[in-house]
Design a protein around this ligand. Structure first.
Ligand SMILES: [Zn+2]
Ligand SMILES: [Zn+2]
Length: 382
């Protein structure tokens, strides 16, 4: 196996071998300040092309676990913690990067085993009682209407095939409704040596956590794959009314522009900062230890994607489906991936509408206006 180091990680020891995608692997990392931390790959309880969830164990004013892995994987998490040389009972604090089930799916079981505190962003705490589809009021405009027309039924049955009848997932949803966050963090908070950075865009409650030259990025910055951006949305009234004032505006938490702004925040950390992601830290027998440059690469990927969409549009009114099939390779449009690709194209077109490069007609057809204003508006940090 190839072990590439960064400047802020000086040593890596394999505590437990995993499979070629990293499932069950446990690594001990030593930072340049001689801090030891542990990366544990918790497998998903279902078929997943994203791979295991990497959770991290650090000692910072008490043993702290970042994320837990998904529902049905608690035994693997507990074994991983032991393999790292600790007991579940020793964990004093669990920090959740964001409220997707592959990250907080083991929280309830873990909390039942010990008296750990649950830490997360304000938004996580407020969105806990809701399902994902309950926290987005999508737009009635022609673009999202077109997306719903093509994708809604198919997407639901695709998700249904994966999760329906999965007892652990149902138990997880029920537990979330009664879970309480003990400590809510927000952007800029500093607790001991942990710094919290609010990074919405992939999820409205996402945080990154930095400490001595390292940043735990959850799903905000990933190696190998580009995290899925949300599309523009508002919070449905009953949800919004319960949110703190500063978080009520969906425009600040949903959409590709929001996601890119959050990426810029991470790319502005010290350039030697090592990214510790929640997926793909190890894959295909390779360790992906990257710096925050990766956040800039993801921004560049989106700039290129915006460019290929306008090229694809040319001077012909084009449908959402035509664009999607035109810019994604066929193999990336199989099964549920088609809906993911389609929704990604929606977020890109929304950005192009905001930058006045593109227009969406009432019948859903998309027209390029001949400009690439987005290049001026998305400024890549130096
Ligand atoms: Zn996620
Ligand atoms: Zn994830």
């Amino acid at each position: 196996m190839k072990l590439n180091m960064t400047l802020t990680i000086k040593e890596i020891e394999i505590r437990r071998e995993g499979d070629s995608h990293g499932n069950l692997m446990v690594l001990q990392l030593t930072s340049y300040l001689d801090r030891k931390l542990y990366a544990i790959a918790v497998p998903q309880a279902w078929q997943s092309s994203t791979g295991p969830t990497w959770v991290y164990l650090i000692d910072s004013q008490g043993l702290t676990l970042i994320d837990t892995g998904g529902p049905g994987s608690y035994e693997h998490l507990a074994q991983g913690i032991e393999q790292a040389g600790f007991r579940v009972a020793d964990i004093e604090r669990v920090i959740i990067t964001h409220g997707h089930l592959d990250h907080d799916g083991g929280v309830a079981q873990l909390m039942a085993q010990n008296g750990a505190q649950l830490w997360a962003h304000h938004m996580y705490a407020h969105l806990l009682p809701y399902h994902h589809w309950e926290i987005m009021r999508t737009s009635a405009g022609p673009l999202q209407r077109e997306f719903r027309r093509i994708a809604e039924a198919g997407m639901r049955s695709h998700m249904g095939r994966i999760f329906q009848g999965n007892e652990q997932v149902s138990a997880y949803s029920a537990q979330r409704k009664v879970m309480k966050v003990d400590h809510m963090v927000q952007d800029g908070d500093r607790v001991g040596d942990l710094n919290f950075i609010y990074a919405p865009g992939h999820s409205p409650d996402e945080i990154c956590i930095s400490l001595d030259g390292l940043v735990f990025t959850g799903d905000h910055v990933l190696p190998e794959i580009t995290p899925h951006p949300t599309f523009k949305a508002e919070f449905p009234d009953p949800v919004r009314e319960k949110l703190p004032k500063e978080y009520q505006d969906g425009k600040k938490q949903y959409g590709l522009r929001v996601y890119i702004r959050s990426l810029e925040k991470i790319s502005q950390l010290d350039p030697h900062t090592t990214v510790l992601p929640a997926h793909r830290l190890f894959n295909k027998n390779r360790l992906n230890l990257l710096t925050v440059r990766r956040a800039r690469e993801i921004v560049k990927h989106h700039i290129n994607r915006l460019h290929s969409i306008v090229l694809r549009l040319g001077n012909q009114p084009t449908s959402l489906e035509q664009i999607t099939r035109g810019i994604f390779a066929k193999r990336n449009l199989i099964g549920g991936n088609f809906y993911m690709a389609l929704s990604e194209v929606v977020s890109h077109i929304e950005l192009l509408v905001d930058t006045e490069d593109v227009e969406v007609r009432e019948d859903g057809m998309i027209i390029w206006r001949g400009s690439e204003n987005f290049r001026r508006i998305i400024q890549l940090g130096k």
